[in-house]
Write a protein that binds this ligand. Sequence first.
Ligand code: J0M
Ligand code: MG
Length: 382
Amino acid sequence: MKIIKLTTYRVPPRWMLLKIETDEGIVGWGEPVIEGRARTVEAAVHEMTPFLIGQDPGRINDLWQAMYRGGFYRGGAILMSAIAGIDQALWDMKGKLLGVPVYDLLGGRVRDKMKMYSWVGGDRPLDVIAGIRKLREVGIDTFKMNGTEEMRMLDSARAVDQAVGRIAEIREAFGNDIEFGIDFHGRVAAPMAKVLLRALEPYRPLFVEEPVLAEQAEYYPRLAESTSIPLAAGERMYSRFEFKRVLEQGGLAILQPDLSHAGGITECVKIAAMAEAYDVAVAPHCPLGPVALAACLHLDFVSHNAVLQEQSMGIHYNQGAELLDYVKNKDDFRMEGGYIAALTKPGLGVEVDEERVIEASKNAPDWRNPLWRHEDGSVAEW
Ligand SMILES: O=C(O)[C@H](O)[C@@H](O)[C@@H](O)[C@H](O)CO
Ligand SMILES: [Mg+2]
């Protein structure tokens, strides 16, 4: 079998879907995208196309190594997201060819269902209580929210009290009937991270995510020493070569590789295995679309140390399209009691509504995250 065509579709809200076709009619779908840089990743995918045309899609490992090592320069958000989406489509095709779900190609399931969580609140964590109440009605009991608004490198007691007060209200309202992670979203510099973590201790969040920016990873062990709250990060690390340093130095209790940013299934399964060797959990990052989520779920179902899965239903970014709008087999993604069952159809298990995708791609937005500034006019981390 040979690859004959790659087609990319940028679609609302901010996703990109990739269709790979072969000379034997087998089609694979992937989701190569970096939020806010869809066109750049699209260019990277098309730069890889001349190499991929004519290749045997079944040689996933060789194609991955050639895409990663073949261009001399390697890694980073753009190239690893392009490789990720192509890799997802290759696994989709291999599963379809052999008539089995991807998790069976990876040795079979280690669990019967996977624990999911939902976002509540938006860029500025408002109305979180109402959001939790609404999602609890449909059985969700695990949540994530932004922990702060803009946070200066050295900020005020008031800013800390505002951030902690919101969390106190949640515990006050729901006690231990729910669990929640708090995403510092890289907005917090190390000195304030230490202050916030200390102040959040009494409310026992499930984890604090991106306590500092990925480029400040050397703080993870120091912050971990100063708190009992499990620390999580990974959405802005793009290969096992970045994760290995973080595992060696310690500090993170949970790795959150993104299956559409960190080289795809081939790479993230290796990252999950590395984490297991250090007794570190994985909770794949996925504020994206259905193909990205399906790729995450196949990793979750073969990884002993997979503990939680992010999904974007109702996330504040999904303006103009919702998680399952481009999926025909919506029922397969049903969550019950906060869990999801394995996607058992061959390949990734997503039946893409191609007509809907093509239609939506005709007016895809160029989504950008906002540029935040502090009161003094300096750039703030969003
Ligand atoms: O945890 C999460 O989902 C992420 O931090 C998410 O908010 C960002 O990755 C966002 O998608 C970037 O545009
Ligand atoms: Mg995050």
